[in-house]
Design a protein around this ligand. Structure first.
Ligand SMILES: Nc1nc2c(ncn2[C@@H]2O[C@H](COP(=O)(O)OP(=O)(O)OP(=O)(O)O)[C@@H](O)[C@H]2O)c(=O)[nH]1
Ligand SMILES: [Mg+2]
Length: 636
């Protein structure tokens, strides 16, 4: 019975000709040098993949080439590794690519591994001890410090027992990758298989996929469906992050797919030309990095030229770490926390690497402390999904963010996002404002303060008004309606605002109606009371009161705001009591007669058509009546 397929991938690393491929051949029986040229030249050129049963589980092994010209390939292979077998030939010792490969693995975040000291059949025992001590010293201070060094001969088989035991321990020490993220595979290679069509192979960096799932090829943005899949060369229903997988997608043309492309699920990723990264320069060769330096940028299986821009400094010293922004010469597809490597253009060697914080469509301003502050916060947030989701809610452009946007920005699948949001809501870090709309507690508090300040300012400048209408508030606060509505409601619930006459006010606000120009106000109100259904217009009010127009207009505004007067259709104003009486008359009539012919209304309230019709229109608009031609019915 085949062993369980674990989602763990190991890989080789080390200098050219040190015996990596032969070691994997001895271990697995697989020939990973498949190309004719590899066989002829006796050296690996491309990545080789072999399944291997270790500690009752089937894991994947990636064999990388050691030649310095193929570092690009090695990086692509290393980006899928959970643990490494660093191969050092006993007769050669630590060589340049031993160092460079270890640097690359370190920068890519690989943290587990063992060392195979090969070709022991070629050295005397006392020399072997020396080499062993030498390798030990070389590992000091690296993630392989203290890792077992296993002497083996791929020719005689000596040392294979202990080597295999060490591999078991290595595999058991690795926590398999999480598989609940958004499915994404940096493409390693693509080919056509007889009877199947296009097959795309690679190691998914996150998530899982099943036969039948919809996928998309990027950057081409071509959709397709997984028709069949294989894991470690065997048919399977599901492929997990960390497994060597091959997906059969018939909709795609294998000739148009290359290493560096990406297979993912639709709706999350879009290629971008900029990214913000945390970059650490290697310390060894003491090379600093100038702002604007052109480099070769590697992430996943992709590789492209790029330019590095520093924030707030012109040079980054060797061994230092800093936030940088990088302009890619080709659109890049990457997720938060993805590791990357940078290499100098000439001479070509690895100079640093780190993690990608976010891909972005345009460059950020260089000398803005607030930009760096924000990025520093984001860089920390990338460490966990929950922190990243919280950060994305906090920094969303429109104060509050819908779930779909959040899922896309944080690259968290919808179903997982629900759990994360619930946890954040329980911790009172975020709030669900309206259904599916989330806001960060701090943002909501700031926005609340802003609203209260705007209302307070309004009271200062319009002391005689009972408060602000929602529309005025919307126009003065620069907060989207979808956010302001629930926010105002919350502020009212919390007692920070009160609603009076359909206006929002501070609870302590007492409008100064009647105190300023109280006489005029009373006079005007009295005039409207006296003439309930033949109310005066502006000119008549001015003539009657002998006050100046500005004064009269302001007073009318106050009376309207306090709803002592009601403005109906056509700009006519009535006293509130008149409108109430007209409403009652209308209701009584329709209750009796079933309907009202519009022309009859003027008799009911003893007025003229000029006043009757706008009142009727007002009752239609405010939902009391329904008009059919020239007849009014009560709305049920
Ligand atoms: N004597 C001896 N020869 C070995 C041993 N391991 C590998 N070799 C030989 O060393 C040569 C290189 O071995 P490979 O396994 O191709 O080396 P590699 O590290 O994969 O090389 P690249 O992929 O090109 O970096 C071959 O001729 C092997 O037969 C060993 O343990 N003892
Ligand atoms: Mg090889």
């Amino acid at each position: 019975m085949p062993a369980d397929q674990a989602n763990i991938t190991l890989g080789t690393a080390g200098h050219i000709d040190h015996g990596k491929t032969q070691l994997i051949r001895c271990l697995t029986g697989c020939e990973t040098d498949r190309l004719k040229e590899e066989k002829e030249r006796g050296m690996s050129i491309d990545l080789g993949f072999a399944p291997c049963t270790i500690a009752d589980a089937e894991v994947g092994i990636v064999d990388v080439p050691g030649h310095e010209n193929f570092i690009k390939t090695m990086v692509a292979g290393a980006s899928g590794m959970d643990g490494v077998i660093l191969v050092v030939a006993a007769d050669d010792g630590v060589m340049p690519q031993t160092r460079e490969h270890l640097d690359i693995l370190t920068l890519l975040g690989v943290r587990h591994g063992i060392v195979a000291l090969t070709k022991i059949d070629r050295v005397e025992p006392d020399l072997l001890e020396l080499v062993q001590a030498d390798v030990n010293g070389f590992l000091d201070g690296t993630f392989l410090e203290g890792a077992p060094i296993l002497p083996v001969s791929n020719v005689t088989g000596d040392g294979f027992g202990p080597f295999y035991e060490a591999l078991k321990v290595l595999v058991r020490s690795i926590t398999p990758r999480r598989v609940d993220g958004v499915f994404r595979v940096p493409v390693d290679r693509s080919f056509s298989a007889k009877g199947y069509g296009t097959v795309v192979a690679g190691i998914p960096v996150s998530g899982s996929a099943r036969v039948g799932d919809e996928v998309v090829l990027l950057p081409q943005e071509i959709g397709g469906r997984i028709k069949a899949l294989q894991v470690y060369g065997r048919d399977a229903d599901r492929a997990l992050a960390g497994q060597c997988a091959a997906l059969n997608v018939r909709e795609w043309d294998h000739r148009a797919i290359q290493r560096g492309h990406t297979v993912t699920v639709p709706g999350y990723f879009s290629p971008q030309e900029w990214c913000v990264c945390k970059l650490r320069l290697l310390g060894g060769d003491k090379q600093s990095l100038a702002n604007g330096t052109r480099v070769r940028f590697h992430t996943g299986t992709s590789e492209m030229t790029a330019r590095i821009y520093l924030f707030q400094t012109d040079r980054l010293a060797a061994g230092d770490e800093s936030l940088v922004q990088i302009r890619l010469d080709q659109p890049l597809l990457a997720g938060p926390g993805d590791p990357f490597i940078v290499r100098s253009l000439s001479p070509v060697h690895t100079i640093g690497g780190g993690t990608i914080i976010e891909t972005i469509p345009r460059r950020l301003k260089r000398n803005r402390p607030e930009v760096v502050r924000d990025l520093t916060e984001r860089a920390q947030a990338v460490a966990t999904e929950t922190a990243l989701v919280e950060y994305c809610v906090k920094t969303t452009e429109g104060l509050a963010v819908p779930q779909a946007d959040l899922s896309q920005r944080a690259k968290v699948p919808r179903d997982r996002l629900g759990d994360i949001l619930e946890a954040l809501i329980r911790q009172e870090k975020i709030i669900e404002l309206a259904s599916g709309l989330y806001v960060h507690d701090e943002t909501l508090r700031d926005a609340g303060e802003r609203v209260v300040n705007v209302v307070s300012d309004y009271h200062r400048t319009s002391p005689d008004s009972p408060g602000m209408t929602f529309e005025d508030l919307l126009a003065s606060c620069d907060i989207a309606k979808a956010v302001l509505q629930p926010l105002a409601k919350r502020l009212a619930e919390d007692g920070r605002l009160v609603e009076r006459h359909r206006r929002l006010a501070l609870p302590e606000h007492r409008e100064t109606i009647g105190q300023q120009g109280g006489g005029l106000l009373d006079a005007i109100e009295a005039l409207f009371r006296e003439r309930p259904f033949h109310p005066p217009d502006l000119q008549e009010v001015i003539e009657h009161t002998q006050a100046d127009q500005e004064h009269v207009e302001r007073t009318l505004k106050i009376l309207l705001e306090h709803e002592r007067l009601v403005r109906v259709e056509g700009g006519l104003m009535f006293h509130r009591d008149a409108v109430d009486r007209a409403r009652q008359a209308l209701i009584d009539y329709v209750h009796k007669e079933g309907k009202l012919e519009s022309v009859k209304f003027k008799y009911l309230i003893d007025t003229t058509r000029k006043f009757a019709i706008p009142l009727l229109d007002h009752f239609d608009r405010t939902g009391l009546t329904r008009r059919v031609n020239n007849t009014r019915y009560l709305k049920s």
